[in-house]
Design a protein around this ligand. Structure first.
Ligand code: PMT
Length: 221
């Protein structure tokens, strides 16, 4: 077979939700299925790359030919991403929990007569922003933006705030069916402007994004 366009490249991908413990039996998470992130990892492997996929808990099989690191929390995801560097490109498709419970109760929290417990939250590390600004920053860093309103405005703000080269913005309001579903409609937001793709299967979004990565790395990104 022809050598793929990403032969000799190492691509890091994150996928799925993270799961932040409240106590030994409860957690905070979200509806990400990992379908979009796993499809990107599979497409990059099909294009000949060595792929490291750092995944939160999902029901999907590990994609063929991909090194998968299974993690649960945002802090574990950050550590696994840092351990995977250097990479030629990184794609952050995971739906990372922005907050975790400040103090993980060692034992199951019991109902008391005093009403429900108050959960104090603290911010999780921002993996995309941390790696975008690290000394081992991959030459091409791609983030996602999951929004339920003002999709493009919020995505443009994230492009700047997180220091990445490209944001893939998608509408995750429940009516869109994107989280957990098979299809996605994305907008590519970069310094060059906005490029909107039609409604596509997540596999097709992944193939097109991988073609874009190969083109940008070929130009010396
Ligand atoms: O998994 P699926 O069911 O297929 O759904 C796909 C998806 C909707 C989860 C995916 O397409 C998507 O949008 N992923 C990003 C989800 C998200 O958390 O977006 P955000 O706008 O909250 O975060 C912006 C970016 O920062 C993302 O690249 C995210 O991975 C990253 N981030 C966020 C918080 C944090 N603590 N660390 C991060 O790295």
């Amino acid at each position: 077979p022809e050598p793929g366009p990403l032969k000799g490249r190492h691509i890091l991908v994150t996928s799925g939700p993270t799961r932040e413990p409240i106590d030994p039996v409860r957690y905070i998470a979200n509806h990400s299925s990992g379908k979009q992130g796993h499809a990107i990892a599979a497409a990059a492997a099909a294009a000949g790359a060595r792929v490291t996929l750092v995944s939160g808990p999902v029901r999907l099989d590990d994609p063929d030919g991909v090194d998968v690191v299974h993690i649960e929390t945002a802090r574990e995801m950050l550590a696994a991403c840092e351990a995977a560097l250097p990479a030629d490109a990184a794609v952050f498709a995971a739906a990372v929990a922005d907050w975790r419970v400040a103090r993980d109760a060692g034992q199951k929290i019991k109902k008391t007569g005093d009403g429900p417990p108050a959960l104090a939250l603290v911010e999780n590390p921002d993996i995309l922003a941390t790696i975008s600004r690290s000394i081992s920053r991959p030459p091409l860093v791609i983030g996602f933006a999951a929004e339920t309103e003002h999709v493009l405005d919020h995505a443009k703000a994230k492009l700047k705030r997180k220091g990445c080269d490209l944001i893939v913005a998608n509408d995750v309001s429940p009516e869109s069916g994107v989280m957990g579903g098979e299809r996605n409609r994305v907008h590519l937001v970069s310094a060059a402007g906005v490029e909107s793709w039609p409604d596509l299967s997540k596999d097709e979004v992944a193939r097109r994004l991988v073609a874009r990565i190969a083109a940008q790395l070929g130009e010396g990104a």
